[in-house]
Design a protein around this ligand. Structure first.
Ligand code: A2P
Length: 280
């Protein structure tokens, strides 16, 4: 197990990212990102819809870390589809972040409610712009998020450049096996957002038992589970102690039996998100 992955275009990506979903704009997101960078994270995951790109950008600038040592991801929101619109939205994210390029830009959801009738066609057009952004060097890698099997298969029909990443809601209660397998077939890295099941997994007896036995915290067990599956976890926290703790996952190992115990939690806390029934 290494602490970084290599994307299908050769770009390296730090193996744990810092999630900023639900970190409020202003001091909260600023402080959380600054703490994360001080704790050693070099990979920050934000999105236009999180509304915190300016604060994230401010923390990045104030950290004084060299740009080339950082990996920054943002995402195109659902109200934007189409070629010109996508390129304009990317510029807006870059402006808010105060960056000249992104390391990774993702289509946030496959089938927003406004485009549910023609999502395949709109994604194809939007992907053309993502490819243009990649070719022009404004982004070092491009990808998708929340794409299920049918969405990825549709995209691959017209894509000239395969996505490098598919970011999904994955945790021991939500294995997402079919899309994970399809990602693997196409050498698309699976990123796991909410790897702690938005925190709800942490009180699960199976995880508490393992944590107890291995002398780690429940969050560390869930994060390690992600890594051992070959996923890139994106844990989120606003507490310095947790932020630090969530990177200390390289000094222990889950056995095959432990992994099976965790895999058996699939479905137990009902965290699956179905893009076809989301209302945005
Ligand atoms: P907080 O943000 O208040 O620090 P996920 O990454 O699955 O979305 O989970 C995020 C939730 O889990 C947040 O509520 C966060 O709390 C909490 N959390 C993150 N890391 C830890 C940890 N190491 N121990 C306990 N709770 C944590």
């Amino acid at each position: 197990l290494t602490d970084s992955y290599t994307l299908n275009n050769g770009v390296k990506i730090p193996g744990i990212g810092f999630g900023t979903w639900q970190s409020a704009d202003g001091d909260e997101a600023y402080q959380a990102v600054l703490d994360a960078l001080k704790s050693g994270y070099r990979h920050i995951d934000t999105a236009a819809i999180y509304g915190n790109e300016s604060s994230v950008g401010r923390a990045i600038a104030d950290s004084k870390i060299d740009r080339q040592d950082l990996f920054v991801t943002s995402k195109l929101w659902n109200n934007v589809r189409g070629y010109d619109e996508t390129l304009a939205a990317l510029d807006e994210s870059l402006n808010k972040l105060g960056l000249e390029y992104l390391d990774l830009y993702l289509i946030h959801w496959p089938n927003p409610i406004d485009y549910r009738a023609n999502w395949a066609e709109m994604n194809a057009e939007t992907w053309r712009a993502m490819e243009e952004a990649y070719r022009s060097g404004k982004v070092r890698a491009i990808g998708i998020s929340n794409f299920q099997v049918q969405h990825l298969e549709a995209l691959l029909k017209t894509a000239e450049i395969k996505p490098m990443v598919n970011q999904l809601f994955i945790n021991p209660s939500d294995l997402e096996s079919s899309i994970v397998e399809l990602n693997q077939q196409h050498e698309i890295l699976t990123e796991a957002y909410s790897p702690l099941g938005t925190g709800r997994l942490l009180a699960t007896p199976a995880i508490l038992n393992l944590a107890d036995r291995l002398g780690k915290s429940p969050a560390q067990i869930a994060i390690r589970w992600s890594l051992q599956h070959g996923f890139l976890p994106l844990p989120k926290s606003t507490h310095r102690k947790y932020i630090e703790q969530n990177t200390q996952v390289f000094d222990f190992e889950l056995s095959n039996a432990d992994m099976s115990t965790l895999d058996a939690l699939n479905g137990t806390i009902g965290t699956h998100i179905d893009p076809d029934t989301t209302d945005f």
